[in-house]
Design a protein around this ligand. Structure first.
Ligand SMILES: *[C@@H]1O[C@H](CO)[C@@H](O)[C@H](O)[C@H]1NC(C)=O
Ligand SMILES: *[C@@H]1O[C@H](CO)[C@@H](O)[C@H](O)[C@H]1NC(C)=O
Ligand SMILES: *[C@@H]1O[C@H](CO)[C@@H](O)[C@H](O)[C@H]1NC(C)=O
Ligand SMILES: *[C@@H]1O[C@H](CO)[C@@H](O)[C@H](O)[C@H]1NC(C)=O
Ligand SMILES: *[C@@H]1O[C@H](CO)[C@@H](O)[C@H](O)[C@H]1NC(C)=O
Ligand SMILES: *[C@@H]1O[C@H](CO)[C@@H](O)[C@H](O)[C@H]1NC(C)=O
Ligand SMILES: *[C@@H]1O[C@H](CO)[C@@H](O)[C@H](O)[C@H]1NC(C)=O
Ligand SMILES: *[C@@H]1O[C@H](CO)[C@@H](O)[C@H](O)[C@H]1NC(C)=O
Ligand SMILES: *[C@@H]1O[C@H](CO)[C@@H](O)[C@H](O)[C@H]1NC(C)=O
Ligand SMILES: CC(=O)N[C@H]1CO[C@H](CO)[C@@H](O)[C@@H]1O
Length: 658
């Protein structure tokens, strides 16, 4: 307690002067900048233009590779999950999802429910092919002050309230209409996206329309309702009076439960989510001292936390001290980053499992206050996010949501072009989108995947084993080192205990020229494209490398470049799976003459994310070769949307929103 009191004091003294109000479309507006990783007190040399942060060109210098790192190691892996120490709970391919700031919903998903953004649908479709579905949270700092209105100009789903410019502390609230839920519902009718929303929690005059309309309109596609977003920052953000602590939040949560119980328009009472601490001012243990979990067990559908390892708050808001991206970069390029991030949550993970609740990292990314230039959108960040995700899964988090903000952040998994460029530019994906795509393949669709951290060769080359339905099925190998000469390429040797290595393994590599680059990232030879080139489809030939094993010695040697990542499949990943049920997919067809993003029938058709080619009868990888609706398969059943194929073009086109 003494420690935390000191913590609080130092926190107050550094940030009291600056009040950050909550409606900024970033992640955590962490006031704890002064204590965050990498803060070194130097002044920034230039403040980047916020409009272009999502397209920033900063290229950092990769850290020099270590000289003492062994370049070869052996993983002795048990053939069966029966007695593997520290093996995880059963994981889903939807482990990684997204947390989308409420104020950017229309930028990313569409202005209204009849004009959905096709690149967004395609990006979700790619994940669904691999994992069966995607979890998305709509909320963030903007949710607490959100206000329901019947209508907005031009039928828009969300808008910012006009603010009184003379009073800078009165930042505008997000206004939303029922259309926001229709957008979500219509997306779920096309791709299997399930949603979380958050109930405004800025005061206890509860505005419960989000709970009412999300339950009414989304039905089974609603996963849960967050009660409070980073309540441990409410005091320092000026949203609660002096003295506000975990017991006060506990009381407000209880009050919310009473209000929901009394509301007949909220039929499902037990889908609340909390406590969603930023793990800044309050540790998880401070919250558990209130008996939050046992007290609210019957109302809770998941236990949540939110956290970012670094911050850019000095540059964005003048809070804390400057974090130099170049000096922070190496801290992302080691397995220690992931281990440090999960350490404060090991106990909580056990508490959640004992209470039989999923434990979710509800909002995270590389650095709060918009991310760090050169770090957050680099190939290095993608390796970091991939390793972080697998480590969270290994310590029994059930899901983790990467935050998505607007044009002014560096860490977005995906960004729509600025409104006045939609007619000539396409989307931009950030490197961390690939991390989500790869984690979807790591766990796949079976729901009986387990993972264990097998890292045994130092912090630059973590590794994991993945068991599917009890049997060793995949191995993940990382090389965080950066050395174009090839002198730090590594070789992981896999041996199988209580079994036999296959004759050959199939390897998908995640590669780029260096940890510092943001362009030409490839996953199994395919890319989504560089900035302003993305329509949500993978481009290029699928390249799965086959490596022969030495069965007499019971070992397989898998090389990984510096830098790089390898997902090693012990069975052929292109073999058709019993879970791929044929369905009929149909879609509305309006298009514009420029920037005609298309939904690729092949993307929709093949459901393991491996190859359309082997299964050409189900769809085709090339636009133009599908001549009718047959061959186009659905993502999910029960669709009732308009049908139309573009005559002649043979490509399914969907309305592209403005
Ligand atoms: C299991 O995890 C614990 C906690 O991280 C660790 O101390 C222990 O060494 C691990 N056991 C094995 C066999 O890896
Ligand atoms: C909470 O937010 C609503 C809507 O933005 C606002 O009207 C109300 O005054 C806020 N309450 C407090 C205590 O700030
Ligand atoms: C939805 O947005 C589109 C594009 O701005 C517009 O043409 C259409 O009228 C809107 N629909 C509704 C129902 O507001
Ligand atoms: C994860 O859950 C499994 C039980 O399914 C347990 O054996 C394991 O120790 C847990 N891991 C951690 C790090 O708590
Ligand atoms: C788009 O709008 C921004 C901000 O208003 C402006 O700086 C930029 O020049 C515009 N771009 C185009 C291509 O019109
Ligand atoms: C996996 O879990 C999801 C979500 O709970 C469910 O929709 C899906 O049918 C499950 N798949 C299998 C193969 O059990
Ligand atoms: C091993 O996998 C099987 C099949 O999914 C499962 O029933 C069993 O509980 C798992 N065993 C352990 C120890 O996790
Ligand atoms: C990306 O790859 C393309 C084609 O291989 C090449 O022409 C281009 O120079 C590369 N761009 C960068 C920035 O590396
Ligand atoms: C496939 O990927 C491997 C590993 O990166 C590479 O060595 C090989 O050249 C690639 N093959 C093709 C045809 O691009
Ligand atoms: C399937 C589905 O939820 N469709 C909805 C799409 O959005 C419109 C409103 O714009 C609703 O009326 C539909 O029910």
């Amino acid at each position: 307690m003494l420690l935390s009191a000191l913590w609080g004091l130092c926190f107050l003294s550094t940030v009291r002067a600056v009040t950050v109000y909550g409606q900024i479309p970033f992640g955590q507006t962490s006031a704890a900048a002064a204590t965050a990783t990498g803060a070194d007190g130097l002044a920034p040399t230039g403040i980047p233009s916020p409009v272009t942060n999502a397209y920033d060109e900063t290229r950092l210098i990769p850290p020099p590779p270590p000289q003492d790192q062994p370049l070869a190691f052996t993983l002795n892996l048990a053939a069966s999950n029966a007695s593997v120490p520290n093996l995880s709970i059963m994981q889903h391919g939807s482990f990684y999802g997204f947390s989308i700031e409420m104020s950017v919903v229309t930028q990313l998903m569409g202005k209204n429910a009849s004009h959905l953004k096709v690149p967004f649908l395609n990006l979700m479709g790619l994940l669904q092919q691999r994992s069966g579905g995607v979890h998305i949270r709509i909320g963030g700092n903007t949710q607490d002050f959100a206000v329901f209105v019947d209508e907005l100009p031009d039928g828009e789903a969300t808008a910012k309230e006009k603010s009184d410019l003379k009073n800078p502390t009165l930042t505008p609230a997000v206004l939303y209409t029922k259309e926001m839920f229709y957008i979500a519902a219509n997306i779920s009718s096309l791709v299997n996206v399930k949603w979380y929303f958050g109930i405004p929690f800025n005061d206890t005059n509860w505005r419960l329309q989000i709970a009412e309309y999300s339950q009414e309109i989304l039905g089974d596609n609603l996963l849960g309702l967050q009660g409070g977003n980073e309540p441990d920052y409410y005091l320092s953000h000026g949203h609660r009076p002096e003295g506000y602590g975990p017991f006060d939040y506990f009381g407000e949560f209880a009050d919310l439960i009473v209000a929901m119980d009394a509301n007949p328009n909220i039929p499902i009472k037990n889908m609340l989510i909390g406590p969603s601490l930023a793990s800044g001012p309050w540790t998880p243990e401070m919250m558990w001292e209130t008996d939050f979990i046992p007290a609210f067990k019957d109302s809770l559908v998941a236990i949540t936390m939110e956290h970012y390892p670094s911050n850019n708050c000095f540059v964005q808001f003048g809070i804390g001290s400057f974090v130099d991206p170049q000096r922070a970069f190496p801290s992302f390029l080691t397995h220690q980053a992931a281990l440090d991030l999960v350490e404060p949550y090991r106990h909580t993970s056990n508490l959640a499992r004992e209470a039989e609740k999923p434990f979710i990292m509800f909002e995270t990314n590389s650095a709060t206050c918009g991310g760090l230039p050169g770090v957050s959108d680099s190939f290095g960040a993608a390796l970091w996010a991939l390793d972080y995700g697998l480590t969270m899964a290994a310590v029994n988090f059930s899901h983790a949501l990467l935050h998505v903000g607007g044009q002014n952040v560096y860490y977005n998994p995906f960004t729509a072009p600025p409104t006045n460029q939609t007619s000539f530019n396409q989307w931009t994906v950030g490197a961390v989108y690939y991390s989500v795509l790869i984690v979807a393949e790591v766990f796949g669709k079976s729901n009986v995947s387990q993972i264990v951290d097998t890292s045994n060769n130092g912090l630059f080359t973590p590794s994991y084993a993945i068991y599917d339905n009890g049997a060793l099925s995949k191995v993940a190998l990382f090389n965080f080192m950066d050395d174009p000469s090839g002198a730090h390429d590594i070789t992981g040797t896999i041996t199988v205990e209580g079994g036999q290595v296959p004759a050959q393994v199939h390897v998908k590599y995640f590669e780029a020229e260096s940890v510092a680059v943001k362009t030409n990232l490839t996953w199994a030879g395919q890319t989504l494209g560089n900035k302003f080139q993305v329509d949500g489809r993978l481009k290029g030939e699928l390249n799965i490398t086959q490596i022969a094993c030495d069965q007499s010695a019971n070992l397989c040697r898998v090389p990984v470049r510096a830098p790089g990542f390898a997902l090693v499949f012990l069975t052929d990943p292109t073999a058709p799976s019993a879970e791929d049920l044929p369905l009929t997919f149909q879609t509305s067809a309006f298009t514009r003459t420029i920037n005609t993003a298309t939904v690729d029938p092949a993307v929709l058709a093949t459901s393991n994310g491996h190859s359309g080619k082997e299964r050409a009868k189900l769809g085709s990888t090339s636009a133009g070769s599908v001549s009718g609706a047959e061959g186009v398969r659905a993502l999910i059943p029960g669709l009732t949307v308009l049908v139309a194929m573009m005559a002649g073009a043979g490509v399914v086109m969907m309305a592209l929103a403005r």
